[in-house]
Design a protein around this ligand. Sequence first.
Ligand code: BES
Ligand code: MN
Ligand code: ZN
Length: 500
Amino acid sequence: MADAPKLGFGPFTAPDRGVLVVFCDEGLKFGPATAKVLGSAIGLVARAAKAERFTGKNGKSLGLVMPEGLKIDRLVVIGAGKTADLKPQDFVKFGGVAMGKMPSGASELMVFAELPNEAMTGEQAADLAQGVLLRAYAFDRYKTKSKDDDKPPAKRSVTIATGDAAAARKAFVAREAIAGGVLMARDLVNEPPNILYPDEFARRAQALKKVGVKVEVLDVKAMTKLGMGALLGVGQGSRRDSRTVVMRWDGGKKKDAPLAFIGKGVCFDTGGISIKPGAGMEDMKGDMAGAACVVGLMHALAARKAKVNVVGVIGVVENMPDGNAQRPGDIVTSMSGQTIEIINTDAEGRLVLADVLWYTAKRFKPKFMIDLATLTGAIIVALGQEYAGMFTNNDELSHRLHLAGEAVDEKVWRMPLSPFYDKMIDSKFADMKNTGGSRWGGAITAAQFIQRFIADKTPWVHLDIAGTGMDSRSSDINKSWGSGWGVRLLDKLVADHYEK
Ligand code: BES
Ligand code: MN
Ligand code: ZN
């Protein structure tokens, strides 16, 4: 990936080169430090604003090249809109917009963290900085031939000018940890499937040891002993052995039950014997976005030393057609003891989750379990790329996740669970079958299937992230195919409710 820019905080001073970003409101008004540095260039801004019909609306911007009277190469004015309405997420977005205005050839960017009527707080300046990091990410590890004049300068630096650099630096520690988790998740999702197969995924998760996470890897032998027949059935057609990875961060009180996050980690989903059509199949390298989110979240929580006990458990497999692959008609026995008739080998994610969720509930007796999975195309039909589908047996978690999602702009929309859908997965030959039989309500029948593996009435949420985890909408803070969706959402959930 492109090297992250070197990020720092400093006082308001007039830069003598590079790009300067400043903020105005809907009256094109600037704060005092900004006005002082702009000096007579304010008249140029007013003229340009008129010509470009720039009115300072939230997130819009105006660019001036080499404004007279200033030594900089470019001045960018970002509209903050009605500044009384601004929420933390607006500042993250502004950081993204600012970074997006750094031309590829520029090596220095300075952002004035000042609003017309009030100084930005340390938190707000730190939010800007987080937005810069999220926007600066690019996955170009495998581009060997980019022309020299396309390449960004080797050393890029971004300085956030603020009235209280010490406060901003302090507030940035946690935000940097969270951004680091998002970028880690994006990297995992973007990696090609020949490089990132289950065992390699497990190795990458081991890197979390550096931030104090305990990492344990279960191999095929260990999972066989546990009776994880549902997960193992999915992986049996692959030359790459399956893994389950258990990650633990113990930042809370010793006796406190942990929160549990579970991820679907299908490193590549061909569909298996029920093979997928060729067009677009390459996207199925991202079928481990749920697991990637869990790894990124563990990084975020550990790196910011969250005061909470958390376990992350991911089932990592590859779904391939092969002489030894699972067949439609096969009946497998899950760790729970329940038997499953395989109708379609392409409905593999729920099989992986079935065993990993059962295992997590039984071993850790968590306060709750939240699973993330690129589980169904049907959820994309229902919700597009804007909301993830949320299924849950717990109204409080539903409410909390809804609010956290709105706050960080990783939104979830609750979908129904009910006995009516549940009976659609009853099987003639086994306890259940792995598809609903028709395509109708496909995201719901998948969730019903998973619910049958929630032991001991554990509070549980299933997030279907097929529309948001990869190839999702681009935004001011994300231009990457793998979005890292969910890290910020779940970090926010934990921070708001479980670190007391
Ligand atoms: N990984 C896919 C779901 C998916 C589709 C994710 C598109 C991202 C983009 C999942 O394993 C799958 O194949 N689901 C099937 C289920 C069906 C066979 C019941 C689907 O959605 O078609
Ligand atoms: Mn599939
Ligand atoms: Zn899949």
